[in-house]
Structure formats: C-alpha cells, structure tokens
Write a protein that binds this ligand. Structure first.
Ligand code: SAH
Length: 254
C-alpha cells in the first residue's frame, strides 16, 4: 500500500509554537525529512523507530539537493511509509513546499499540507513589533532578499518602497546593503525605523533597531547571523513604547 506525505510547518523556532496537528504527524511518522531551521527539540517527539533524515540547507551548502529531497519523498511514500517533510516556519512561505507537493501529485501520492507559524509572524511577536497597527501600518508584505544566484532581482523594490507600510524581509542578511540602497533609491525615507531579529522566538534571539540610513553598519557591528529577519516600517517604534511600559508578569499555566 502507498504511504502518505505530510508537508509540515515546524514553526519559527520555539518548539512550543508547533501546532497540535504537526505534533500528531511527528509522533506517528515512519520517516521524517527535516530542514536546518527545524529546532531539534521538536524531533524528540518522534517515536524510537522513526527514521530521521537531515536535508539541511545552509546558504551556499546543501546536504541534499531539492531534486534528491523530492526523489526521497516519492520513494519512501511508494514503499508504504508514513512520511513527514518537516520545514521551518510555514511550508508554503519561502519553503519550497509547493514544489514538493507538485512532485507528489505528479506521482499520485496522497499528501497534505500542515501549516506552521511563519518566522515573520513569530519573530515580530517575540520582538514586540506588531506588523500592523492602527495609525501606523495598514499592510505588510513578506519579501525574499535573495536575488536568485546573481540574476536580476525580481522583487519590485520601486513599488514596495511606497505601496506597503511594513516590509518583512526573509533571507536578507547578505543582501542588506543592496536592499537598503534600493529602498533609498526609490524614495523610502532614510529615517524609516528598521529592526533585525536573529533566531526569533528561540532562547538565542537577538533584536537590534536602527534606521534605513544606518542599518547595514549596525548589522556588521553586531555580526548579524542567519537566520534573521529584517522588519522595516514605523511599527518598529512600537517595540520601544511597549518595552518602556511596565507590564505585569505572565501567569504560568500548567
Ligand atoms: N518557511 C520559512 C522560511 C524559510 S526561508 C518560514 O515560514 O519562516 C529562511 C529564512 O527565514 C531565513 O533566512 C530567515 O530570514 C527566516 N527565518 C526563519 N526562521 C527564523 C527565525 N527563527 N528568526 C529569524 N528569521 C528566521
């Protein structure tokens, strides 16, 4: 009998941000193919006989190519295994989940998508930056900072500079200088606040704030590392306002 593949979002880092559905799939999987951004604590929920396959992708170094990952998903499913394809954040947000789903569909293999909290949502919440806020931001966009191996950027920075209030940029650490230059060139104000959130929602989270004018220097000064998100917009200022207000301690549940 043919197996089934669940393409599952593991959330942004904090293992408690896993959904109940994701947890159930992990607990009952025969095989889990997981990415680099998946917190390894989450894998402790797998059964003792579950085969764990690392498919990690570091910028510039791939343990398995996308083609090899697709082929592995297909072959485990054809062999009758219950497969979980576990990805950081949400599988359909810069996660190549769509490509894997298309491959499975082409082979007639049953699959499902289990959404996860994408890192933009997780990291913004954890850093105290609301992505929308009445009076400051009525829209936000999630954008990739990579330029696809030196090809011309397909991201319309000229339009994004003016049409969206809050920009959240994934995979932008190495392109921060370019992104800043583009937004300034297309008229974004140099005083626009910017936050950098590294390892958002994890115990190692670091957040830095500056402005579009100086953000590239700040990133170098603090040695910003992947994974990190760049949040650009007036809402970044709310973080300071929140931090300056005392709040009662959160009650511990359970
Ligand atoms: N599917 C994932 C995104 C994968 S692309 C999701 O929905 O979140 C990889 C990029 O995600 C990284 O380069 C970084 O920009 C961002 N990212 C993932 N986890 C992060 C985290 N914990 N903190 C900050 N950025 C993160």
């Amino acid at each position: 009998m043919m197996g089934m593949v669940s393409i599952v979002g593991a959330g942004p880092g904090d293992p408690e941000l896993l959904t109940i559905k994701a947890l159930k799939r992990i607990e009952t999987a025969d095989v889990i193919l997981y990415d680099r951004l998946v917190n390894e604590e989450i894998l402790l929920h797998a059964g003792p006989r579950t085969l764990l396959v690392y498919c990690g992708k570091k910028p510039g170094f791939h343990a398995m190519s996308q083609q090899e990952i697709n082929a592995a998903l297909v072959s485990y499913a054809l062999a009758g295994r219950n497969v979980v394809r576990l990805k950081g954040g949400d599988p359909f947000v810069f996660g190549r989940g769509g490509e894997e789903a298309l491959e499975l569909a082409a082979y007639g293999i049953p699959y499902e998508i289990v959404p996860g909290i994408t890192s933009a949502i997780g990291a913004a919440a954890s850093a105290g930056i609301p992505l929308t806020h009445r009076g400051y931001a009525a829209s936000f966009a999630c954008v990739t900072g990579t330029r696809c191996h030196g090809e011309q950027s397909r991201v319309r920075w000229d339009l994004l500079a003016h049409s969206v209030d809050t920009l959240v940029i994934y995979m932008g650490v190495s392109e921060l200088g370019f992104i800043r230059e583009q937004l300034l060139k297309f008229g974004k104000d140099a005083s626009t606040p910017v936050a950098l959130v590294e390892q958002g929602t994890t115990k190692k989270e670091r957040t830095f704030t500056g402005t579009l004018a100086d953000i590239h220097k700040l990133a170098v000064a603090v040695q910003l590392q992947n994974p990190a998100l760049i949040i650009i917009g007036e809402v970044v200022n709310i973080q300071e306002q929140l931090a300056s207000l005392e709040r009662p301690p959160v009650a511990q549940i359970g």
